[in-house]
Write a protein of this length. Structure first.
Length: 185
């Protein structure tokens, strides 16, 4: 069901639970939930967000998943969280302090969840959250919470500098051993 305008307004500052599981290969990290995502309770749910199609095109999952199927991700060795938990209409509503606090929380979460790789979707937010003003898309030299670190392009439809295909190509670089996803047993 598509959220109404009232549903979206009621979702302001709401949170969405992390999608975690044991032995994650990749923990994807968004900037923060959109109002649409918070209203539906599903990560990257806003129409036009390219996360789910790019995830499939990357070979990390064997078919295109819908946002309401996010619970299947751990069976593929994948999870989702956010730098900042609270939903906003736009990521630019977050303060630099909020992003830095979110980065510290994220590092603690990664230490607990122990994914092999943390993949942050959004280079500008990553730069602020981790005080890395020169960071670029791709693998980073530093680690977060003991996990290898990649910065991915933001999959929002507003990020016109990156196409679905180029976002998927960056995600494909995260595949463990370069292998495509298998169907979970």
């Amino acid at each position: 069901m598509t959220p109404t305008k009232a549903d979206l307004e009621a979702a302001r500052n709401a949170t969405i639970g992390d999608v975690l599981g044991p032995g994650l290969d990749v923990l994807f990290c968004g900037i923060n939930p959109s109002l649409y995502s918070a209203a539906t309770g599903h990560h990257f749910a806003r129409p036009g967000n390219r996360f789910w199609p790019a995830l499939h095109l990357s070979g990390l999952v064997p078919r295109r998943l819908a946002p309401h199927e996010q619970h299947l991700l751990p069976s593929y060795g994948l999870g989702i969280t956010n730098i900042v938990a609270r939903a906003t209409a736009r990521a630019d509503e977050l303060s630099p302090e909020e992003l830095r606090e979110g980065g510290a929380r994220l590092a603690r979460l990664v230490e607990e969840a122990r994914p092999a790789t943390l993949a942050v979707a959004g280079v500008s937010a990553y730069r602020l959250a981790f005080a890395r003003p020169g960071a670029r898309i791709g693998p980073q030299e530093e680690t977060v919470g003991g996990a290898a670190l990649w910065v991915l392009p933001n999959p929002s439809g507003l990020n016109a500098h990156w196409t679905l295909e180029t976002i998927a190509a960056e995600m494909a670089r995260l595949r463990p051993g370069g292998r495509p996803a298998a169907n979970p047993a």
